[in-house]
Structure formats: structure tokens, C-alpha cells
Write a protein that binds this ligand. Structure first.
Ligand SMILES: Cc1cc2nc3c(=O)[nH]c(=O)nc-3n(C[C@H](O)[C@H](O)[C@H](O)COP(=O)(O)OP(=O)(O)OC[C@H]3O[C@@H](n4cnc5c(N)ncnc54)[C@H](O)[C@@H]3O)c2cc1C
Length: 483
């Protein structure tokens, strides 16, 4: 390819740009936020407006860590040297179910850092590639030539920040210095960038459906599952909090039936980042006192320690995640050539499972695989969407199966949901004490194995035995024979 355009310069866009740099003379990443240049992170270390979830706890699961490492050898070591924490599940990652710490089992690795830090390091590596450059611009639409997407229209300058011309039909055309092609749309002057392949990485609020619709193409169905999850994330000084764990995760049902989730991890700058989460009416509110109260309510030891002696650094930041969503491109009957989507544009799940950045890594792997197969530029990228569908289905299944168990989440529940739900509960319970089940569970949660591997008869049988042993009274205690 002569030029590829990536729309959005966050995790998914950066990884796609890395893959495209092997196939295109030039890769242009169009990003609406004016990000500090590579090498000098500047404000790049702070959460930025285009990625509002950047204020919240982000952990990099093993599939994502391995994927990034494959494209950027030494990445993990580099960020650990700069202050991020690395942990193996056999030592530093402590998982709790209802306050009980799960048996430690090694071999799965995680990285803990703040989201802006992680992104800034990835950006620096990507922008160091000769073929890749970052352009500050807000994409407003696609350019079509026959049945192909051949470029994008974007606003630069004040228009990129959203300050100018977001509505109206009387657009001014400008011959773009970037591509030499003219374009018309919107109130402000738009530049046009032509490209042989356009990759949409603008995230869960992508306007790709509208852009396709405006040109008479069918829009991909947007499937939503309303979960109404509330997050609050706070930073603490390293001096307080748990002493043994590098990362701690807790899932607990409080005595009154409320489901509480929490994660905390060591991050750069000698700090802890801590997250507390709850659903619907039980979403966390603002303020340090409320945050610490929720930590104290958590039966897992690390959260109690944090509540007891943690030193908060500023106010917690809340975030609301209303729904999980996916765009089913594979169901479309017609689709233009020269266009694909990656990352949250394809699917964005319940963040509590932490699979978003790893999914983006796997979408990038699908893109690499697709491009290596030598596809015709005249055909729609159906085989790319077939590849990503497998990734999306698997993560969706993990997220949806658990989310549908929540009383406030309405269906539709898939066929066999009742049985699948009971079997997944069995696995989770068994993972507390059985190292083999815990490792298989971790492999699925870290996206190293497909979710269906947990439903193998041998695994279920082993899990049932492990749970039965948990239910047996301790030696010497009276045996309860009631059914
Ligand atoms: C609360 C929360 C916690 C999370 N925690 C984790 C976690 O622990 N681990 C994990 O792996 N994942 C986590 N995720 C998911 C993760 O944030 C995303 O999956 C990941 O950032 C990949 O997203 P993306 O790059 O596709 O989109 P985004 O990160 O949303 O980025 C989209 C980019 O496109 C740009 N953009 C948008 N529109 C335009 C336009 N018109 N023109 C130009 N640029 C545009 C934006 O400015 C932004 O840079 C979490 C998500 C949330 C909401």
C-alpha cells in the first residue's frame, strides 16, 4: 500500500499502525486530541479528553502483554524500568472471592500502570517507526470512489478539538496539502486524506455507521447490553496499603446481596491505583470518605489494609459504563472495500474483566494475518471480519455470561443460559482452591485460551470434585447429611 489511514490514536489505533507499517509506505494516524510529540511525553502522561476512561484503573492482561511484546520486543521491561509493575500470578497477583484468597498459581503475567503512562510509552514506540506519523485532526466522514473507501475527511486546527463546525450542511472544500484531494462536508474547512486502507479505531462511540449510511451503505447492527456499571478510581501513596501483593482483585457479595468489585495495583510514581465498582443503585459516589468506606466494606484483606493506612493522593474520579456494545460487521450483506475497524469500535465489554486492550491487540493480530494473506484491494475485508468475530465472540461470551447473571441486566438470555451460568459458577468456586482449575480459569480470563475450554468434561468434573471437597466439613466436625 502507498498509504494507510488509522482513525484514532489510542491503544487499538497505535497497534493497528504498527501492523500497517509492515505493509504501507506511509501510515497516518489521525487523532482529535493534540497529543504531545513522541519522546517528550509532556501532557501525554495525563488522562486526555478523547479517552475519558483513561482516568480509571487499567491492567494489561497476559494476551495484551504478549501481543505488544511481539511487536515491540522489550516493551514490558522498558515500562517496568520506568516504574510500571510486573507481576506473575504465582506470586504478586492476589485474587479474592468473597474475601477468600484463591490458591496462587503461576505462569500468567500482568502489567500494572496507569492508562496514560501505558499509552504514552506505546505511542512513543509506534511513532518511532519511519512509516508512521501522527496528525491532529477530527475525522468527519469517509471518501468513497465506487465500491471502495479511498480516504477520509477531517477537520484540523480548532475543528479537531471539536470547537468549530460540528453541524450544518454548508461545508467548505479545501485542497488538502496532505493528499492533494478536495472534500466538502460540515461547517468548517475539511482536509481530505486519501488512503488505500482506512482503519477505524475511534472507539465505542465511533460514527462509522453514520458515515456508511450517509453514502448509502448499510450500517452495521449495534448490539447493546445495558449493565449500568459504576467505577471510581483513586491514587494512593505506596507507603500505605497491602505489603505482599503487586495486584489484587476482589469479587464479593456483601451480606445484603450487593455485588462489589475492586482492583488495586502498584503503578509508576511509587503509587497504588485502586478501583471500586458496583452496579445500578450501588455505583460508587464521589469523595475520599465514600471510597475508603467501600474499601473497608470489601472482605478482601488488601482493600481493608488500604482503607486502614492508605494515603490518598487527591480525589477519586468516577466513571459510568452504561452498556457493553458490539458492531456486527460480519452480518452485513454489502460493505465497501478499503475499510476495517479495530478495538472498541468492534466491541467494548464490561471493563471489569480488563479485556479491552488485549482484544485490541488480538484485532491487530487479525489485521496482520489478513494483510499477510494478500487480499485483493478491490474486495471488502470479509475474511478480516471473520477473524475478528472469533475474538469478539469469545470475549463477549465471557462478559455477557457473567453480566446476564446480574438481576438488573435484562436479556435476551441465550439458549442454555441457566446451565452455562451454573457451570461457570462451579468453575469460579473451584478456582479458589484447585490450582489446575485456577490456571485454566486464568488462561481464559487473560485471553490465552478460548472460553469454551472451561466447559470440557474433564475440567467440569475436576471442578465439581474440588467444590465438593470445599463443602466437606473440617476433620472432626459433625457431618451435615441434609440435602
Ligand atoms: C472504565 C474502563 C476501564 C477499563 N479498564 C481496562 C483494563 O483494565 N484493561 C484493558 O485492557 N482494558 C480496559 N478498558 C478498555 C480500554 O480502555 C479499551 O478497550 C482500549 O482503550 C482500546 O480502545 P480503543 O483504542 O479502541 O478506543 P479508545 O481508547 O476509546 O480511543 C479512541 C481514540 O479515537 C479518538 N477519536 C475518536 N473519534 C475521533 C475522530 N472523529 N477523529 C479522530 N480521532 C477520534 C479518541 O480521541 C481516542 O484517542 C477499560 C475501559 C473502561 C471504560
Amino acid at each position: 500500500m502507498r498509504r494507510a489511514a488509522v482513525l484514532g490514536g489510542s491503544i487499538a489505533g497505535l497497534l493497528a499502525a504498527r501492523v500497517l507499517s509492515d505493509h504501507a509506505d506511509e501510515v497516518v494516524v489521525l487523532e482529535r486530541d493534540d497529543i504531545a510529540p513522541a519522546g517528550d511525553f509532556g501532557d501525554g502522561r495525563d488522562p486526555r479528553p478523547g479517552v475519558p476512561q483513561g482516568t480509571q484503573m487499567h491492567a494489561l492482561l497476559d494476551a495484551g502483554r504478549r501481543g505488544i511484546e511481539q511487536w515491540f520486543p522489550g516493551f514490558s521491561a522498558e515500562i517496568v524500568a520506568a516504574g510500571a509493575a510486573h507481576a506473575d500470578t504465582g506470586a504478586g497477583v492476589h485474587s479474592y472471592l468473597d474475601g477468600r484468597r484463591k490458591v496462587l498459581v503461576g505462569g500468567v503475567e500482568m502489567v500494572s500502570a496507569t492508562r496514560p503512562f501505558l499509552e504514552a510509552h506505546l505511542r512513543r514506540r509506534v511513532l518511532a517507526l519511519d512509516a508512521v506519523r501522527l496528525v491532529n485532526g477530527r475525522v468527519r466522514g469517509l471518501v468513497f470512489t465506487g465500491d471502495r473507501v479511498t480516504g477520509v475527511r477531517y477537520a484540523s486546527g480548532a475543528g479537531a478539538s471539536g470547537a468549530a463546525g460540528t453541524s450544518g450542511a454548508s461545508g467548505a472544500a479545501r485542497t488538502s496539502g496532505t493528499s492533494g484531494t478536495s472534500g466538502t462536508s460540515g461547517d468548517d474547512v475539511l482536509d481530505v486524506l486519501d488512503a488505500d486502507l482506512v482503519v477505524d479505531a475511534t472507539g465505542r462511540a465511533s460514527r462509522i455507521g453514520a458515515w456508511l449510511g450517509e453514502a448509502g451503505w448499510p450500517e452495521p447492527a449495534l448490539r447493546r447490553m445495558h449493565v449500568d456499571l459504576g467505577y471510581a478510581t483513586a491514587l494512593f501513596r505506596r507507603s500505605g496499603g497491602p505489603h505482599e501483593a503487586t495486584l489484587a482483585q476482589s469479587l464479593a457479595m456483601l451480606p445484603d446481596g450487593r455485588l462489589r468489585l475492586g482492583t488495586l495495583g502498584r503503578v509508576e510514581g511509587d503509587r497504588w491505583v485502586a478501583l471500586v465498582a458496583g452496579y445500578a443503585d450501588d455505583r460508587p459516589g464521589r469523595g475520599v470518605a465514600e471510597f475508603l468506606r467501600r474499601c473497608a466494606d470489601d472482605p478482601a484483606e488488601p482493600f481493608r489494609q488500604l482503607a486502614a493506612d492508605g494515603e490518598p493522593m487527591g480525589e477519586p474520579v468516577t466513571y459510568r459504563h452504561p452498556d457493553n456494545r458490539r458492531r456486527d460487521f460480519h452480518l452485513l450483506k454489502r460493505f465497501p472495500a478499503g475499510l476495517v475497524a479495530v478495538g472498541d469500535t468492534l466491541a467494548s465489554f464490561n471493563p471489569i474483566y480488563g479485556q479491552g486492550m488485549s482484544s485490541a491487540t488480538m484485532h491487530a493480530a487479525c489485521l496482520a494475518d489478513y494483510l499477510a494473506s494478500g487480499p485483493s484491494p478491490r474486495d471488502p475485508a470479509w475474511s478480516y471480519f471473520k477473524r475478528t468475530r472469533a475474538v469478539v465472540d469469545d470475549a463477549w461470551q465471557t462478559s455477557a455470561l457473567n453480566d446476564l447473571k446480574l438481576p438488573h441486566v435484562t436479556g435476551p438470555r441465550p439458549r442454555g443460559f441457566g446451565v452455562a451460568s451454573r457451570l461457570s459458577d462451579l468453575i469460579v468456586r473451584a478456582s479458589v482452591t484447585d490450582p489446575v482449575i485456577h490456571r485454566r480459569f486464568l488462561d481464559v480470563m487473560h485471553m490465552l485460551s478460548p472460553a469454551r475450554t472451561l466447559m470440557r468434561p474433564g475440567t467440569l468434573l475436576r471442578a465439581a470434585r474440588a467444590v465438593r471437597r470445599q463443602d466437606l466439613p473440617a476433620a472432626g466436625a459433625p457431618l451435615d447429611t441434609t440435602v
